[in-house]
Design a protein around this ligand. Structure first.
Ligand code: OAD
Length: 241
């Protein structure tokens, strides 16, 4: 075990309020594309987010948006939790704050009550007018473009698009967790999308130890934090040994 991993593992073992904060890199080894790293299939290098993940894009071409999400859903249906999801899922007493819209943490063993999905979920659709109607989706057989049976507006994936606000109750819980944590394990995120990324300085300023696990260096890492460069699926099992 490298010295850095050993130091991080000791901090994790000693923490009394540990939380994780994850991004697309956590699910990369499960075959789910990231958004903006240097991998060939990074989503925002190949697709335009303003066309596929915004109200403007949905208004301009709703079928194209729904088709793109259907393709992502079919891919997710084939994915299984990797070693990093399983390592996190086995930890009692942790809260997991994730930007990921998959449920691989829960499938890896994490208690759904302690997983906060900041950016929503691909497993659900909701009314685009937010009338309150939601539907659980079969990832293997996602529905096409259709109207809300309650109010007649369009149905859409229950994920947060650019320009939209996060669900306030989820953000409030995540903010409270970050403010009270004594350790924050940050995994596989570029940490450039706010308000999610703001949880890192929040936890740090409130006194938490910050440990980064990422395949690339993070701009958020500073002299106080521990930064481990490596794949989540390789590193996380070592951190919990
Ligand atoms: P990004 O794609 O921006 O960043 C993924 C990070 O994971 C990069 O820093 C990679 O270097 C790193 N990475 C890749 N493979 C890894 C591996 N096997 N182990 C560890 N790290 C790895 O994804 P997010 O930070 O999650 O928003 O992006 C944030 C938000 O931007 C997403 O939630 C999404 C997107 O637009 C919405 O959909 C609202």
């Amino acid at each position: 075990m490298s010295d850095l991993i050993e130091v991080a593992a000791k901090k994790i073992a000693a923490a009394t309020r540990p939380i994780s904060f994850s991004g697309a890199g956590l699910s990369a080894e499960s075959g789910i594309s990231t958004f903006r790293d240097n991998s060939e299939d990074a989503l925002w290098a190949n697709f335009d987010p303003t066309r596929l993940a915004s109200q403007e894009g949905f208004k301009a071409d709703p079928a194209a948006v729904i088709d793109w999400y259907s393709a992502r859903r079919r891919k997710l249906a084939q994915a299984v939790p990797n070693a990093a999801h399983k390592a996190l899922g086995q930890q009692a007493g942790w809260t997991h704050i994730t930007q990921n819209v998959d449920h691989l943490l829960e499938q890896g063993g994490a208690d759904a009550k302690h997983v906060l999905h900041l950016h929503g979920s691909l497993l659900k659709d909701q009314c685009n007018a937010d009338c309150g109607h939601t539907e659980v989706i079969d990832l293997n057989d996602p529905p096409g473009l259709r109207d809300c049976p309650d109010c007649g507006n369009r149905m859409r994936p229950s994920v947060v698009w650019f320009g939209e606000s996060l669900r306030q109750h989820v953000l409030n819980r995540a903010t409270a967790e970050a403010a009270e944590a004594d350790l924050l394990l940050v995994i596989g995120t570029s940490a450039v999308v706010y308000p999610a990324a703001g949880l890192i300085p929040l936890a740090s300023e409130a006194g938490a130890d910050i440990i980064f696990v990422n395949t690339e260096a993070s701009e958020m890492a500073d002299g106080k934090s521990i930064e481990i460069i490596g794949k989540a699926g390789d590193v996380l099992p070592l951190l919990f040994k």
